[in-house]
Design a protein around this ligand. Structure first.
Ligand code: NAD
Length: 312
């Protein structure tokens, strides 16, 4: 039997750090190679192999995969929604070419499994906003969403045409305390905790009643690993699964934070990110993920808020 050897690309980002640490616990430190453009993240230092890698350099990526006998690739490198709107062509180029490089090498080298995350950003203003279904109108209006939707199509294509075992989730906004978020529209839900703790005040860049699907990082990491561990016969979606746990507005999270920091106040100064958020779902229907491979979330708003304050 072939031994699992994992490559995480974009390992120093908000998800990458925690995912790499979780994978190292499961597969053994030496069997999970972390890589990123950036310097190695503090939390990864001394926990396992680290390689400096630009995923856009296909030749380097190919050599790395062969040299380390990689059997699974987690591709997390991307330009996120808010940053993408500042330089759309760059976001398109990086988000697409990184995925195509990985999928193509996976095909050539018979990589066992590939993971690549999609996002709620694939949906647009013409999609149903409440309990957005898995299959519905998908007309994204941000370059980030357009690149994620195109990426989903490529994943399904590589699976159907070449048999590449690629799996994907449409993550909601992710909330975590270990590594900082990387320029998304849901970053406010992380910043708000740090500002509440340090300054008892937060000015939110979204308006008070903007509902968005959100998830606490431990749930997202577990979902990712459970999807990747599931028997291939259970995976009926080869584009990307809707994934959900909670939905809240800035006003609601502020009220929950006040239970821990009674003097906390919030004000609202919506900026360009409001328009991005307005095109996204308020909540998601993830019943297919629950039925196919048994997804169950653990954290709601209250449980996540208590855990955040315990840890920041
Ligand atoms: P992030 O910005 O925090 O991390 C991305 C990492 O990729 C960074 O460390 C960056 O240095 C690295 N990177 C960028 N370009 C690279 C390149 N050319 N070569 C190698 N590394 C490169 O992002 P994240 O929040 O950890 O997101 C990871 C994935 O999950 C992305 O695909 C993102 O679109 C998706 N996602 C994230 C969220 C969220 O809320 N964080 C929600 C939905 C989907």
């Amino acid at each position: 039997m072939k031994k699992d050897k994992i490559l995480v690309i974009g390992a120093c980002g908000q998800i990458g750090v925690e995912l790499t640490l979780a994978l190292r616990k499961m597969y053994g430190d030496a069997n999970v190679v972390a890589s990123d453009l950036r310097e190695e993240h503090e939390l990864l230092k001394g926990t396992g192999p680290y390689v400096s890698l630009d995923v856009m350099n296909k030749e380097m990526l190919h050599v790395l995969i062969i040299r380390h006998n990689i059997t699974q690739v987690y591709l997390l490198a991307a330009i996120l929604s808010a940053t993408g709107e500042k330089n759309p062509l760059l976001a398109w180029h990086i988000n697409m070419q990184s995925l195509l490089n990985v999928l193509d090498i996976a095909k050539e080298e018979n990589i066992d499994k590939v993971y690549w995350p999609s996002s709620i950003a694939v949906f647009g203003p013409n999609s149903p906003m409440q309990d957005t279904p898995q299959h519905t109108i998908i007309e994204p209006t941000t370059i980030y969403g357009i690149s994620k939707f195109a990426g989903e199509r490529w994943c399904e294509y590589y699976n159907h045409r070449y048999g590449v075992d690629v799996r994907s989730l449409r993550y909601p906004g992710l909330i975590s305390y270990k590594s900082a978020p990387g320029g998304g529209t849901t970053d406010y839900a992380v910043e708000i905790f740090h500002e509440a703790k340090e300054h008892k005040q937060y000015t939110c860049f979204l308006s008070e009643n903007t509902y968005l699907p959100m998830m606490y990082m431990p749930d997202a990491i577990r979902a990712t690993i459970e999807l990747m561990e599931a028997d291939a016969s259970k995976i009926s979606v080869r584009s990307a699964y809707n994934l959900s746990s909670m939905s809240f507005s800035p006003k609601e999270i502020a009220a929950e934070i006040k239970k821990h920091v009674p003097e906390f106040t919030i004000s609202y100064e919506p900026d360009y990110r409001q328009q991005i958020a307005d095109g996204w779902p308020n909540s998601m229907d993830d019943s297919l993920a629950r039925a196919d491979w048994g997804w169950k979330h653990e954290y709601d708003l209250a449980k996540m808020t208590a855990d955040m304050f315990k840890n920041i």
